[in-house]
Ligand binder design. Structure first.
Ligand code: AMP
Length: 296
């Protein structure tokens, strides 16, 4: 049930649909009423980071659809597809409390029906040499499911978190290159009070690892300050790698890249530099990033 009071919308129980015809029936009814529609794609296990995307979505559209789908195509065989947390009922309640309208939680059959054989081939930021070096099939899987979601929902806007910064660039590039009508909006990273970026995978951290995990963000902040303060880039990055290792991380990458193209940095222009890191703490792989320009 949802009801409107002036421009305030309180949504006590968003609808949940599991197939594309059900989704389309609802979205086209909204469209007939002239309502703009925003999509927030997720894999569920919602936390405050996801909810911030719903809040951003509401700034762009009257209706908000959240997709919840743990997409097998973006996991490599050795990754955590089976272990990934699945909490649909709690997710629906959190989404309702945030004022969302519709959860699209497609069945596997709705996404990858028998005989499915399409793929989306992407380059540019998908081959930047960051996540793609360690998860070589990941972005093809992300691009495939996001392209399907864009066609299924046909929203005016879709909101993605800067938490997955390379993913945001991959999707923006794909949407532009393939002329998707959906406009891509990025939203800032939501962190715990101690600086750890919220992630559904943080539940994998042991109590001891959870205490050490925020040092990754602190290392990034220090590195950004060093770069701003004139420390040579290579020296600042080397120091950051050393500090991360000392805190118990095994680093996949810790790099300074152009904030738009993700290309390696050639000239130091702090406002254009993004620091990106992926590192393992025990069996948990954490990713994070910051804009150097945000630091004094
Ligand atoms: P996921 O469910 O992990 O696939 O994430 C769904 C969306 O939420 C993606 O656009 C993520 O970038 C975004 N997201 C995840 N964690 C955060 C966070 N801590 N702050 C902001 N956005 C986030």
């Amino acid at each position: 049930m949802s009801f409107d009071k002036a421009d305030q919308k309180v949504n006590l129980s968003p609808r949940v649909v599991h197939d594309v015809p059900g989704l389309r029936a609802i979205v086209s009814e909204w469209r007939r009423n002239g309502d703009a529609v925003a999509l927030v794609p997720t894999m569920g296990a919602l936390h405050a980071g996801h909810i911030s995307l719903v809040e951003e979505a509401k700034r762009h559209a009257r209706r908000v659809v959240m997709s919840i789908f743990v997409n097998p195509a973006q996991f490599a065989p050795h990754e955590d597809f089976n272990a990934y947390p699945r909490t649909l009922q709690a997710d629906v309640e959190k989404f309702a409390a945030a004022g969302g309208d519709l959860v699209f939680a497609p069945d596997m059959e709705a996404m990858y029906r028998q005989g499915f054989s399409a793929s989306v081939s992407i380059g540019g930021p998908a081959l930047a040499g960051l996540e793609d070096r360690f998860r070589p099939t990941h972005f093809a899987g992300v691009a495939l499911v996001v392209a399907k979601l864009f066609n299924q929902v046909q929203s005016d806007v879709a909101v993605f978190g800067e938490k997955d910064f390379q993913q945001l660039k991959v999707i923006s590039r794909m949407a532009a290159d393939l002329d998707f009508a959906t406009r891509i909006v990025g939203a800032p990273i939501i962190r715990e009070a101690d600086g750890l970026a919220l992630s559904s995978r943080n539940v994998y951290l042991s109590a001891d690892e959870r205490l050490r995990a925020p040092s990754l963000y602190k290392v990034l902040c220090q590195c950004a300050q060093d770069i701003k303060g004139g420390v040579p880039l290579a020296t600042a990055i080397e120091a950051a790698c050393g500090a991360s290792r000392a805190a118990g991380f095994v680093i996949d990458y810790l790099e300074a890249r152009d904030c738009e193209t993700l290309a390696p940095i050639e000239t130091i222009e702090a406002a254009r530099i993004r620091l990106l890191v992926a590192a393992k703490l025990g069996r948990t792989r954490l990713i994070d990033n910051i804009a150097v320009g945000d630091f004094e």
